[in-house]
Design a protein around this ligand. Sequence first.
Ligand SMILES: Nc1nc2c(ncn2[C@@H]2O[C@H](COP(=O)(O)OP(=O)(O)OP(=O)(O)O)[C@@H](O)[C@H]2O)c(=O)[nH]1
Ligand SMILES: [Mg+2]
Length: 197
Amino acid sequence: MGKIRKVELVKTVYTINDRFPEDRNGDVAFVGRSNVGKSSLLNTLFGRKLAHVSKQPGKTRSINFYLVNSEFYMVDLPGYGYAKVSKMERQKWAELVDYYFKKRWSLKMVYLLIDGRHGVQKNDEALIEWIRNYEVPFIIILTKMDKVLKKDRKRRVEEIKKQLEKYGQYIVIPYSAVTKEGVEKILNSIFTTMGVK
Ligand SMILES: Nc1nc2c(ncn2[C@@H]2O[C@H](COP(=O)(O)OP(=O)(O)OP(=O)(O)O)[C@@H](O)[C@H]2O)c(=O)[nH]1
Ligand SMILES: [Mg+2]
């Protein structure tokens, strides 16, 4: 299986007037509510603290393109659903993310992160409805599974799968940045998406 040997942050896009970096073999993108753990997941996969992580939601406000092994991009998208954000900022977020989904032809897979403790929220569902329009495949990652009691785990994962059933059958990967559960599965999935054996 493939390995992440080299990572560089090559481009940060703040507005729809900025340009994306030139396509390589493809993108895999990470989306989800603010504070769900997108940047932490990237750091865990990279084995380095490259992406900024914060207890305060709304840390990542831009689209960050990380070039992996000089071959493909892993893309950290800004989080949504942060209550303290103004209507204008929410619109700006939607515009930026929409611009990415619409224009980035080389996008191959979306990883939608959902907080394993809280399950599928209204705005997660809204995002699913939205990306389905672009016909991009996606995979669900349940984050912060270290915070879910062992006895509740199975039920929680089943509940979430059930909540998603109406949208189709999706691969669901439970994960934790703390215990590193799921990391290998996520890496395998990324390299499989990129056609790396
Ligand atoms: N216990 C636990 N905490 C986590 C995990 N993943 C992330 N966190 C914590 O959750 C907080 C938010 O993590 P980030 O990675 O910054 O979240 P984000 O999705 O990038 O947030 P935005 O940039 O605001 O969209 C930080 O305090 C992390 O340390 C996890 O698997 N388990
Ligand atoms: Mg972030």
